[in-house]
Write a protein that binds this ligand. Sequence first.
Ligand SMILES: *Cc1c(COP(=O)(O)O)cnc(C)c1O
Length: 394
Amino acid sequence: MTTGPRRIALSVDDQTRQPLKPRTLAAQALGAGDPTTKGLVPPIHMTTTYLRDADNGYSAGYVYGRTDNVSVQQAEAVIAALEQAEEAMMFASGMAAATAVFMALDKPTHIIASRVMYWGFRLWLEDISRFGHSITFVETSDLDAVRDAVRPGETGLFWIETPSNPLWTITDIAAISEIAHGAGALLCVDSTVSTPVLTRPIIHGADIVVHSATKYLNGHSDVVAGALAVARASDFWIRIRKVRTQIGASLGPFDAWLLLRGMRTLELRVREQCRTAASLAGRLSDHPALTCVLYPGLKTHPGHDVAMRQMDGGFGGMLSIRMKGGKAAAIAAAARVALWKRATSFGGVESLIEHRASIEGEGTPCPDDLLRLSAGLEDPDDLFFDLIRALGGR
Ligand SMILES: *Cc1c(COP(=O)(O)O)cnc(C)c1O
């Protein structure tokens, strides 16, 4: 069964034969349109089934919606181009994308994962033994700790998140890829926070890139989606595709279409969100109500040097602040904002503030005096003064 046309309509400048920049590819959705009407914007392919030919074949290559959908493939092609991946696969959520990787493991495997990472997925990984696998959580910014955690012949998968939720710890992708490949293991990088605008993990040696497309890729807080992008479409990749079809973790066409639209402005949004986050981090760093500001763009951040190497042109739109007054002060400050929205998730046009420990619950490595901030696209001064009022002024 074919998975449809992967042909990328738009990839090189016809005059210079130079590869086009990611921003250009995304802005024009790789040239996707409506070939029937010559509509500039592609239609949403809502069909769940496709007509079989009289000779019993499927000449167009499409059979059934759970496996084949043009709108989904168009979003996949853009993500593959942005990540410089051989292929990408969309999923119904970031969690569906991440778990599909583990479902595709064909033998009991030892996994090494970042200690600090997206809490929902860490919870799922903590129970991975029910699938016959074992896991070691380590501080992946500490390369010696990672080397010590390797079990020769058993370790088959490394899972890192950088910058990692919600402390924005930086893991050196190239260094981990050397350790992983030296052990004969695969490296998966959850790059949701960095986005392909700032980091393309495959260039640094990652085998699979993971995204919650719910966040920056879509960018408008109106789609739940996930994506994987792969350096080489190996047998393992084919098994992941089979998992997606069999468990039905596919993305719906309307969501894929919204995502395709959202990604047209990805680069502009992320660059602006980086600028705003960096400006807030700098302006808040000596605030008397705070014990620290966590942002990889600050020279004081322990991962700053690695971030300089592997993040291109910005340090992300996410930062966290820790309140001198502890948990109660953090919750009270979040209660006083007017412009910032108290909500979980991130990466949308509206700035969000969250008392992170409250949602992560018992056993979280997240300090309870921490507020997580997602910089949106509002005016940075408006955001700053709203925060300053909430923190209790000066
Ligand atoms: C949100 C998130 C996920 C989970 O994605 P969903 O789309 O919510 O399923 C995974 N990783 C990171 C880093 C996230 O922020």
